[in-house]
Design a protein around this ligand. Structure first.
Ligand code: 9MG
Length: 290
């Protein structure tokens, strides 16, 4: 049974609660050089803060800060570089904006430091498999999103292969839930994500979207990231990322209708509107059953 409120750390002495009875919007804040490349670190932090504030005003209840590009083909980032990109931005958002900050990292030291300066959720595309990550995450007492990825970003799209993509990912996530339990991370702290686009061919991605509701059998809230991904472009005549808004909204609506608790998106205002329609539809079903 999924808890209805997720405790995501503290701000000004108050617990930050995330309402899991509705579909929340997580705004993407990439602090990689290709996203904010036009200045020094201070300027980058200001630019990141500005973008975070805009997404909050547009309806985001979480901001996902990431300093490692995990796009297909992306090269790894050094520990120091990731720290320098992520930690000042998390700190600045925590000091200035009333939101839940998710830190998109797989690195133990970044998990620890980001939590110390105000992160409220750990979003790990490697499901805490990197050395030290499980124990670092356990110590923060924060919630954690465990995502499935086959391979690593630099090579993961070369030859993705599954016996059954849905069953294989169920199995993987169940195993990671157990690994968390072994270090004292309770189920009440976990969210799950099948990892669209992470070591998956086109057919795998759409099988996962088609069967998304099957992941509810694991009994934990779902987080989904499909926004502007290749799986959208591939169905739409290979259009570039900046022309994938409508496709991304369609996928967001499907995921929200299937009960996902958090959508990780670029286009916050548009997705917020789309999700309002989903919420109204789901709420009407509840009333008509009375
Ligand atoms: C960081 N990141 C990029 N894509 C993602 C996705 O689909 N899910 C999660 N949890 N994180 C992602």
């Amino acid at each position: 049974m999924t808890e209805k409120l997720l405790a995501c750390g503290f701000r000004n002495g108050q617990v930050q609660q995330l309402d899991l009875t509705r579909c929340n919007i997580m705004g993407i804040l990439n602090v990689t050089p290709d996203s904010f490349s036009d200045g020094g670190l201070h300027h980058n932090t200001d630019a990141a803060l500005f973008h975070a504030e805009k997404m909050i005003l547009q309806g985001a209840t979480l901001i996902d800060v990431g300093g490692e590009s995990t796009r297909p083909g992306a090269a790894p980032v050094s520990l120091q570089e990731e720290m320098d990109r992520v930690v000042p931005v998390v700190e600045a958002i925590h000091k200035n904006l009333d939101t839940i900050i998710s830190v998109d990292t797989s690195t133990a030291e970044v998990i620890t430091q980001a939590a110390a300066v105000g992160a409220g959720l750990i979003n790990d595309v490697r499901a805490l498999q990197r050395e030290g990550a499980l124990l670092a995450a356990a110590a923060t007492e924060l919630p954690i999103c465990l995502m499935h990825m086959q391979g690593q970003p630099d090579t993961m799209q070369q030859a993705p292969s599954y016996e059954s993509v849905v069953q294989d990912i169920h199995h993987f996530l169940a195993e990671r839930i157990e690994a968390c339990a072994r270090v004292g991370i309770g189920r009440h702290r976990l969210l799950l994500d099948p990892g669209f686009g992470f070591g998956k061919a086109l057919a795998h991605n759409y099988q996962l979207l088609n069967q998304l509701e099957s992941f509810h059998s694991l009994g934990l809230p779902l987080l989904v990231g499909i926004s502007r991904k290749t799986m959208i472009g591939q169905v739409l005549d290979n259009c570039p990322a900046d022309q994938r808004l409508v496709g991304s909204l369609a996928a967001a609506v499907i995921a929200a209708m299937k009960g996902c608790a958090i959508l990780r998106v670029h286009d916050v205002a548009e997705t917020t509107d789309a999700v309002k329609i989903v919420q109204a539809t789901l709420a009407a079903a509840e009333v008509s059953r009375l």
